[in-house]
Design a protein around this ligand. Sequence first.
Ligand code: ADP
Ligand code: MG
Ligand code: ZN
Length: 475
Amino acid sequence: MKEIEVVIGLEVHVQLATATKMFCRCPNLFGQPPNTLICPVCMGLPGSLPVVNAKAVELGIKAALALNCHINREIIFERKNYFYPDLPKGYQISQYALPLAEEGFIEIEGKKIRIRRAHLEEDAGKLIHSSLGSGVDFNRAGVPLLEIVTEPDVHSPQQAYDYLTQLKTIMQYVGVSSCDMEKGFLRCDANISLPRKGEKLGVKTEVKNMNSFRGVKDALSYEIERQSEIIQKGGRIIQETRLWDEARRKTFSMRSKEEAHDYRYFPEPDLVKYTFTEEEIEKLRNSLPEMPQVKYERFKKQYKIEESLLKALVEEKNLADFFESSLRYYPQPKSVANWILGPLREIMNIKRIENIENIALSPDNFTKVVRMFDEKKLNNIATKKLLSLILENNENAAVVAEKNNLLQISNAADLEAWVEEAVRTNPKPVNDYLSGKKNALMFLVGVVMRKSSGQANPTVVKDLLVRRIKDEKSN
Ligand code: ADP
Ligand code: MG
Ligand code: ZN
């Protein structure tokens, strides 16, 4: 089968985590009762005037710099005119001719995905449909967004997924947004076409309504199937906007695509031109934290641990920070990384804590637990139990381990009685072992583990059992 060529361009909207909205002082908050965060400006009432939120501009510049963009020294805001019930003004203040930033890129496995532009705009409200009818919540109207548009440089659904993952990581590093897709803090529209031989681009469709990166990947895979089937049958793709239906795992046509001139962009008369000096931009550039790729390379040199662990740590800045803080107390990168990425995250999941910043457990106290495990004072199960017990209160690990009888018993004298009892009450496994069935020993170890409520050191128990059974034989 011949390879199908795939061309994808992504348009991502990221909500900026400012305290207030883009052009008014209403709080920028999620999940408040409908229409409680509104004012004449974001409702577009006559006579009200927008004022640009300087913090949003600053976050936008930092984000764009982190995406290797050129920041335009002069920018303007423009009105994008269209009618929609969640758009009270009848237009959206956006940018068109002189956007905030242009010509950036994100590098994925050595390949550059070019970023065409990144511009600031305001969000629309939200329609809410229920059995009572449809309503509009304007709390989101006027919330600042950064729209980031790529060149058509993405060539597979997997690459789109990787681009989005990397974009999210970068945004989180800069502190621009948590990029929580379920809350709509990051939204992605995916444009896709299958060019025919000799063509650079084909007729594209734009797919919307995906609410996870996985959804984007699946929707794009579906579109590749759908479009290639049409092309193979000699049909033509029509340029249109399609919606991804997650439940039915299909895209559906929503509308044929409007052209840019339909929006009648023109400069927002209530806002002035914005200019930036070289110094202002450089100051923001210098305020950026170490970016993920740089951190990855540094970690690789500094800590000799598996690449998959490194990748997972660097993908979330907070994890990487927690990891490095922990190493100051216990410089064992491998065990620290393993316990963070494995059990610690697992326990956070169970307790529904998404962000490691939101646990009470300090790196200092965390490393006490890891150290106890490495020193064989705790077995695996007890270590997890201890982490779970102190995750949300940061009580002293050593004290809690003692108080809850979690410390592993390795002392032969303290184990002898259990070993003796296990051997005495289980003659069959003992005989099985003596007749060469090595597995029978594990059964006996299990008996001792249960008797000790999991506290016995299984390695020591094993040795003691072997010795005890040999004695039994020679008696
Ligand atoms: P529109 O005006 O429909 O939004 P743009 O030209 O502004 O289209 O491009 C929007 C996005 O679609 C960009 O990310 C761009 O790279 C991508 N794109 C444009 N043309 C194509 C195409 N033929 N196939 C795939 N992606 C495309
Ligand atoms: Mg578009
Ligand atoms: Zn407002």
